[in-house]
Design a protein around this ligand. Structure first.
Ligand code: FES
Length: 447
């Protein structure tokens, strides 16, 4: 069990407590300027930091909320219901961390923050003597750090695209980049996104130690460990690396440590003194090689059977959520394919209706480039490739971000892909005429 520390972050005297009105009050600690929210109701007080869980924005009163329970973030409009400490936009997403409210005998009040002790503070070590090191920028977020005889390599995306076919390297890595990778004493992977881990078709060299953070599974921060390209709850499941795996902090994720992934933005502009004859920018990417690989999924046997849809979404395991999604397969210009699939998924009961249900529901329409969508389906990949890779176009009604839905397809898919062999064994053999027309579960034509 981890030790906890408690800290009084705000004190109010009896008069200040008496002046608190029912509903939301904003308070600032005059000593350190930090802001807090207090919610008063007949049931007592609740309190939290005035700090949005998304990216730390400040809340203000939400004037659209007549009940006076909701506050709205000034950065990107997330909304928090302070009476329940649940975020209402995005819905069904996060809980705000509460502060303890302690009422004092003299009528005053204290807000107390309980927190785990930062592990690097519980057992502080003497700082090592500073040594000169050398940092070599390879490409994107990948750098090599040499300290004494040790070499560390960070975030190796060294070849090919990231996020399916959405991101391509801007800077040409040195010709010996794979040798450097293999010679590294330790490889640090800040998070799971493919622009931080694609050294060589996603494979890491053998017998090199790995260091992974326990946070920033996405660039905005999630607990992170992974297995076969998926998040998992266990750390020691990276299949391809028999070296040691080091988790630097070994503690539960905390919001404060989630911003490391921003570093490459500055680096891309920071090449001021390249070695002589270094080629800085890439001028060829072998697009066809990688795009053809993705597009090879289009003709997979499974898509000759309409029931792949039920099989895939049953495998994905997302339901009991009042959302209907229309998925449309398109060409590269996001024009629907005449022989592509176009279908509805009702995630309330995981059904596949031919028209939208009569009940009130949220609705999202997603146009996906056929090659990438089928590749993701075929391999049971995360949907990062689709939307971070710019491989789809999304419209939604109402204009609400459904965190629960996206988070599931971004982080919660089963570790192992769908068992398509089993699927093909259980579907009836396809007739010649059907084979010619496969892919025609067409929402528009059904309407
Ligand atoms: S920081 Fe609050 S919504 Fe983004």
């Amino acid at each position: 069990m981890e030790a906890q520390t408690s800290k009084v972050v705000l004190s109010l005297n009896a008069k200040e407590v008496d002046s608190l009105k029912d509903g939301v009050s904003f308070k600032k600690n005059p000593e350190d300027g930090r802001c807090y929210i207090i919610y008063k109701s007949s049931g007592g007080f609740k309190a939290c930091k005035n700090q949005c869980k998304h990216q730390g924005g400040l809340f203000i009163k939400d004037i659209e909320d007549l009940d006076g329970r909701t506050v709205k973030c000034t950065k990107h409009n997330w909304k928090l219901n302070v009476s329940s400490m649940k975020y209402v936009n995005p819905p069904d997403s996060f809980l705000q961390d509460e502060l303890e409210v302690e009422m004092l005998d003299d009528g005053g009040m204290q807000l107390v923050e309980l927190s785990p002790i930062d592990p690097w503070l519980t057992d502080p070590r003497d700082p090592l003597e500073l040594q000169e090191g050398e940092i070599t920028y390879l490409t994107h977020a990948c750098m090599e750090l040499q300290l004494g005889q040790k070499r560390f390599l960070f975030d190796p995306w060294l070849m090919g695209p990231a996020f399916a076919r959405g991101w391509w390297l801007l800077h040409e890595p040195p010709a010996d980049c794979l040798d450097r990778l293999c010679a590294a004493d330790l490889i640090y992977i800040s998070h799971l996104h493919s622009d931080h881990l694609r050294p060589n078709g996603g494979r890491l060299p053998e017998k090199v130690d790995l260091m992974m953070s326990d946070f920033a599974g996405g660039a905005s921060g999630f607990p992170m460990t992974f297995h076969g390209g998926k998040y998992s709850g266990e750390l020691n499941t990276v299949q391809c690396c028999p070296g040691n795996i080091v988790e630097p902090w070994g503690t539960p994720f905390t919001e404060q440590r989630c911003y490391i992934a921003k570093h490459y933005v500055a680096l891309s502009e920071a090449i001021t003194d390249p070695p002589a004859n270094a080629k800085i920018y890439k001028d060829s990417w072998e697009f066809d090689l990688y795009v053809d690989e993705l597009n090879s999924a289009i003709s997979s046997e499974i898509f000759k059977h309409e029931s792949w849809i039920q099989f895939y979404y049953s495998w994905a395991g997302f339901q009991n959520y009042n959302l209907v999604v229309r998925m449309i397969e398109t060409d590269d210009s996001f024009k629907p394919m005449s022989n592509g699939y176009d279908y509805l998924v009702d995630f309330l009961d995981l059904s596949f209706p031919s028209t939208r249900p009569d009940r009130e529901h949220s609705y999202i329409e997603i146009k996906n480039r056929i090659g990438v969508m089928r590749y993701v389906v075929l391999h049971g990949g995360l949907w990062d490739d689709l939307y971070i890779g710019f491989q789809n176009r999304i419209s939604r009604d109402p204009d609400t971000y459904h965190h629960k839905f996206w988070n599931h397809f971004q982080t919660q898919l089963p570790l192992h892909g769908p068992d398509w062999d089993q699927f093909l064994q259980q579907v009836p053999p396809i007739q010649e005429t059907d084979a010619l027309n496969y892919g025609l579960l067409n929402y528009c034509s059904i309407l």
